[in-house]
Ligand binder design. Structure first.
Ligand code: NAD
Length: 487
């Protein structure tokens, strides 16, 4: 396949192949475009050993030098943006402009973390004369990272950048569905001069790799982005081995739209936000709670925009909606929509898979949804927009908070009291008012409730990759003072 690179495991600064491989599919036409190597136990042993050595080198590397290497990696990725975006669209399906923008976003994250790595300060705590109390922030050690297929460059970039900026080494298990994107990211660090072993990349059977790495004594931190069920399994494993974890899991994003807004504008940007990466986004708005007076108009405008979106191969220039990343997602859309319709929901637009080549499913708008429809309680992770009606802000907040998830939430109003009610009461890790950007490089991102814990991005994100060592130092001058009866 033109443009699709050879894939390898990256261990101790060297690319390696394996006897066993896993096929990689193009979701736009289901053809096999590559083979991803499958790591065995010997490869994982080597990866841990390499990371141990990498950690010793990297934590002793001056922060300024670390920053320079990271910035060089980011610059290389920016230079390679067209090739990386093409590969991402080939294996993941999203429209090419969204792939480009994801690479840019990954670069923003690497650059911000690179700079912030020079500002990981400890504290000096006031003490009696002659005593020095220092709370030092140290790199936590070797990190085991598991990244998903929906953001195959920016999600691993967040984990790699956080680890590297904090002085840690990392073993990344990126998604087997989208390996070339992760390979491109790692190549940028390799070409930037990152010492061998600081970043290692493996693929294989996810459960085998997570079991091996999380239980390995050399691994000190686990970071996972993916589904809640898998997150719970990995968090339990980490807990049994007393390892801290960053869990960035699913959500079921509520968007509360109040009746003082420009309804056409909000309906339009809501449809665009929902269509991003065909809805396969943990922060996607999914349950739209729209106030009575503007509900019908909102549904009309949203459905008109959603229905007009062009679906097709993400490499074609005028495509708004690519294929879903794998057949599991198409099956899930079919199941969820059939269930909702059987319970009385109305399909305003979409609602059936498109063609039988590739994983195409259109933007789908459902209304008149009973609260027990499965899509109202399970994360669809696809292009389903569930539009519900509400009367009072209290009612909207109650519905928004009714699920055990709390990742991103959105609110639309210019009324200060309503906004204040949303800010005070929405149970979420990220709240965006009057727009749909859930996070940027410098802001902390993560969830509450079953959406996870720990943060990625911002100062809070880097802190997760460090541990605190408190040093109490009784100085010689204090000892002399004590001998002389002073103090
Ligand atoms: P899944 O639960 O099988 O896998 C989710 C991710 O976890 C994949 O990247 C997979 O490789 C990885 N994984 C699975 N089992 C693992 C294990 N034992 N150890 C380590 N990693 C493991 O689901 P899926 O069909 O790939 O995706 C569907 C669901 O995943 C969606 O409904 C969505 O909720 C969730 N998801 C969330 C995100 C996110 O950004 N939070 C990203 C991708 C998928």
């Amino acid at each position: 396949m033109a443009n699709y690179p050879d894939l390898g495991l990256f261990i101790g600064g060297t690319w390696r192949q394996t006897a066993e491989t896993i096929p990689v599919l193009n979701p736009a036409d289901s053809t096999v475009i590559g083979q991803v190597p499958r790591a065995g136990i010997a490869d994982l042993d080597d990866a841990v050993e390499a990371a141990r050595k990498g950690l010793a080198i990297w934590r002793a590397t001056p922060p300024e030098r670390r920053m320079q290497i990271m910035l060089r990696a980011s610059a290389l990725l920016r230079e390679r943006i067209e090739g990386v975006a093409t590969v991402m669209t080939l294996e993941q399906g999203k429209p090419i402009e969204q792939s480009r923008s994801e690479v840019r976003r990954a670069c923003d994250i690497i650059e911000w973390d690179a700079n912030e790595g020079r500002r990981i300060y400890g504290r000096q705590i006031p003490a009696e004369p002659g005593m020095i109390h220092l709370a030092l922030r140290e790199p936590i050690g070797v990190v085991a990272a598991f990244s998903p297929w929906n953001f195959p460059v920016s999600s691993p970039a967040r984990k790699v950048a956080g680890a590297l900026a904090s002085g840690c080494a990392i073993i990344l298990k990126a998604a087997e569905e989208t390996p070339a994107s992760a390979v491109a990211l790692v190549r940028a660090f390799e070409d930037a001069g990152l010492p061998a072993g600081v970043v290692n990349l493996v693929f294989g059977i996810p459960a085998e790799i997570s079991e091996y790495l999380i239980t390995h004594p050399a691994v000190r931190l686990v970071t996972f982005t993916g589904s809640i069920p898998v997150g719970k399994t990995l968090a339990a494993l980490a807990g049994r081995h007393m390892k801290p974890a960053i869990m960035e899991l699913g959500g079921h994003g509520p968007a509360i739209v109040c009746d003082d807004v420009d309804v056409d504008h909000v309906a339009r940007i809501s449809a665009v936000a929902k269509s991003r990466n065909a809805g396969q986004v943990c922060v996607a708005p999914t349950r739209f709670f729209v106030q009575d007076r503007i509900h019908d108009r909102f549904v009309d405008v949203f459905a008109r925009h959603a229905g007009a979106m062009r679906m097709g191969n993400g490499l074609d220039l005028d495509v708004d909606l690519g294929p879903l990343a794998n057949t599991r997602r198409v099956d899930a859309m079919e199941t969820l929509v059939a269930d909702a319709v059987a319970r009385g929901a109305r399909v305003v637009t979409g609602g059936a898979r498109h063609g039988n080549v590739g994983n195409f499913y259109p933007m789908t708008v459902l209304t008149d949804l009973p609260p027990d429809a499965r899509c109202m309680v399970e994360e669809p992770f696809g292009p389903l927009a569930l539009i519900c009606r509400y009367s009072t802000i209290e009612e909207a907040l109650e519905q928004a908070n009714s699920l055990p998830f709390g990742l991103a939430a959105y609110g639309f109003s210019d009324d200060a009291d309503r906004v204040a009610a949303m800010v005070a009461n929405l149970e979420c890790g990220n709240l965006s008012i009057n727009h749909y950007v859930a996070s940027v490089a410098e802001t902390p991102f993560g969830g509450v409730k079953e959406s996870g814990y720990g943060r990625e991005g911002g100062v809070e994100g880097l802190q997760c990759y460090t541990t605190v060592k408190n040093v109490s130092h009784l100085t010689r001058s204090a000892k002399i003072g004590a001998m002389n009866g002073v103090g």
